[in-house]
Design a protein around this ligand. Structure first.
Ligand code: ADP
Length: 444
């Protein structure tokens, strides 16, 4: 079997395993245990200038090869172009993108530098699998250096309609970058249609034929076990007692403007205003660790949410009932899994999301005999495959309130039937199936 080289903006820390590892590391766990493998990318550290040679850590058949980023490259490549332009644009929010030529030049420069650092480490029959929007140009840079290995690319975030993407300065060049890959994977059929149209519109019709959808999944059994075991933990018991029998509504998201959090808080406020029977009977826990706190838009979103939380609790709280418990600290994954199991409603309402793994984790965490209800945005990549969810338009707080009322009032038989309708999407489309189907397409 040929070696697998995984290229990603962030490489997991070799010391972090299982429960503490990031999403991509969890999804690729199976792939890197099946064969010899290398993880290549940014170390997460900055330095005076971007390193030319990677630092390698070998763990059995797995090698971690990482580079520190120069401070200016961090600002331009990572904060500026990747997070400041591509992230909003790919999530359909062109108005939030702040294009600056020097950021784009920095982005291309880091991709070229990364390719130059990896090329000497490659063997002729390696499979190279590059991940996400930070690295559109990476494959073409490798080709420029004469590397002829099979190369695949997977986009973890959505791809917007082509007219929107083509409004981005340098969109044509970015699409030509994608054409260098042998397999171009996206999360959903809608993303595949949008990306094919964009490629065709710029004369890259041949590359359009190499686009396919590979929906990413979770290890559902492992998450279910985590949730079950969490019930005996002291944190879970304390939390359960603190609910004093009230129905729990739960949200778990990074603090990001794609997650629809102000509209979600507005929806919960509408629930309390219009469906008064839930006052004093429901408690909403929103766990939202701060991310990208150095970006202005994320800071203003945080202020907005602080205001919402204060307003909701100020208006509706009773001396012995707080309607909204809002946390911006991270919570450990096993604790989170236990809280999800206790929740009568999983509230997942991103404005756009590549997939949304929290939706799948919530379903995996439920007790099949008495499951909770998933209230899910129509615009999460997970929604087409999860027909048992209560689907909402995340921009409409009234619809969120009506869906919450329906979910909180739902009889057990309907909850069981809906949970079963979501079962296949969660257990069938596993992380392992995702990486295996992508790699078999890449091996041709
Ligand atoms: P995104 O990749 O945009 O953050 P996803 O829902 O696809 O969104 O993946 C998020 C992952 O991070 C999930 O596995 C989720 O459990 C985890 N996560 C999200 N919020 C927290 C949190 N507060 N604490 C711990 N893990 C979290």
């Amino acid at each position: 079997m040929s070696r697998l080289v995984i290229v990603a903006n962030r490489v997991p820390n070799p010391k972090e395993r299982g429960a503490t590892a990031g999403g991509l590391a969890v999804a690729l766990q199976d792939a890197v245990t099946q064969r010899e493998a290398m993880w290549f990318g940014w170390s997460g550290q900055t330095a005076e200038s971007t390193a030319e040679r990677p630092t390698e850590v070998v763990q059995g058949r797995l090698t971690y090869a990482t580079l520190d980023l120069g401070r200016q490259d961090y600002t331009r490549y990572y904060q500026g172009f990747a997070n400041g332009v591509l992230w909003p644009t790919l999530h359909y929010r062109l108005g939030l993108a702040r294009f600056q030529r020097e950021d784009y030049v920095g982005y291309r420069g880091v991709n070229a530098a990364f390719a130059a650092a990896l090329a000497p480490l490659l063997r002729p029959d390696d499979l190279v699998w590059t991940h996400d929007f930070h690295l559109f140009p990476f494959g073409r840079e490798l080709r420029r250096l004469g590397c002829t290995q099979r190369q695949g690319f997977f986009l973890h975030v959505p791809f917007p309609p082509y007219g929107l993407f083509l409004a981005l300065p340098r969109a044509e060049e970015l699409l030509a970058d994608l054409a260098a890959y042998d397999v171009i994977g996206v999360q959903t059929e809608d993303d595949a249609i949008n990306l094919r149209h964009a490629l065709e519109a710029v004369g890259q019709g041949e590359a359009a034929a190499r686009v396919a959808a590979f929906p990413v999944g979770i290890d559902a059994d492992a998450f279910r076990r985590l949730a079950e075991r969490a019930l005996t933990r002291a944190e879970t018991r304390r939390f359960h007692q603190s609910l004093v029998g009230r129905a729990l509504v739960m949200g778990v998201d990074r603090l990001d403007y794609t997650k629809g959090l102000p509209q979600r808080f507005a929806g919960y406020a509408q629930l309390l205003a219009r469906f008064t029977a839930h006052r004093g009977r429901a408690t909403y826990l929103q766990v939202t660790p701060v991310s990208r706190g150095d970006v202005a838009q994320y800071r203003s979103l945080r202020r907005e949410l602080d205001e919402w939380a204060g307003r909701i609790n100020g208006q509706y709280a009773e001396p012995d009932w707080v309607p909204l418990r809002y946390m911006t600290r991270p919570v450990q994954r096993p604790v989170l899994a236990g809280f999800m199991r206790l929740a009568r409603v999983g509230l997942v309402t991103p404005l756009r999301d590549g997939m949304n793994l929290v939706a799948k984790e919530y379903v995996a965490a439920q007790d099949p005999a008495d499951p909770g209800v998933l209230v899910l945005s129509r615009f999460a990549g997970a929604s087409p495959a999860m027909p048992g969810s209560v689907l909402v338009n995340p921009l409409d707080p009234d619809e969120i309130a009506e869906s919450l009322d329906a979910a909180l009032s739902m009889p057990r038989e309907e909850r069981v039937a809906r949970w079963q309708a979501n079962h296949d999407a969660v257990w069938g489309a596993s992380a392992r199936a995702w990486s295996r189907s992508f790699l078999s397409a890449l091996e041709g």
